[in-house]
Write a protein that binds this ligand. Structure first.
Ligand SMILES: [Zn+2]
Length: 178
């Protein structure tokens, strides 16, 4: 006979199931608080309740919830960054290889990019590449060119006498042997 007065042992899984999903878990030996990753005394419900209301648990719970939100929004911006970078790199590669940007609208090429390139389906049309990404590629080349000019040491007659070892303006366009 099971009355509130008998000391019937609650099984691990029974205790876990008494709480909302994700609150507790058991490994066959102990019941753990999922938030704190700490064992709780599953034999006494009051002990579990007390833990779930403890300052330590509530603080940890609040921290975890904050972290989850942060990683979610980070994940969003990370994938946007990756997408941006694949588009930028593609524009850069086309420019360096003298491939007209219009070629990106070629259905066969688009199908290839979508199938084989991560985020390849997110590559915009040629007109967008020209508007948004080409200026960035040009800007980056301009900066490299300026770095070369600045690193050039000139004599009093403004003749370049030596050049420090700075990559040339098109250095990242050149094919590198692996
Ligand atoms: Zn806890």
């Amino acid at each position: 006979m099971d009355t509130p007065f008998t000391n019937r042992r609650v099984t691990l899984s029974e205790r876990v199931e008494q709480y909302p999903k994700g609150t507790l878990f058991e490994d066959g030996k102990n019941v753990f608080c999922k938030t704190c990753n700490l064992t709780v005394d599953h034999t006494r419900k009051i002990a579990v309740d007390r833990h779930l209301l403890s300052q330590r648990h509530l603080k940890r719970k609040a921290e975890n919830e904050g972290e989850v939100e942060a990683t979610d929004s980070q994940r969003g911006s990370e994938s946007a960054e990756r997408r941006g970078s694949v588009v930028y790199d593609l524009t850069h590669a086309f420019v360096c290889a003298n491939i007209p940007l219009e070629k990106v609208d070629n259905p066969a090429l688009r199908a290839f990019l979508k199938k084989h390139v991560t985020n390849g389906g997110a590559i915009p049309t040629a007109s967008q590449l020209r508007k948004e990404y080409l200026p960035k590629v040009v800007e980056s080349h301009k900066n490299q060119l300026q770095a070369v000019i600045q690193s050039a040491v000139t004599d009093s007659n403004n003749h370049i006498v030596s050049q420090q070892n700075t990559p040339g303006p098109n250095s990242d366009c050149e094919e590198k042997e692996q």
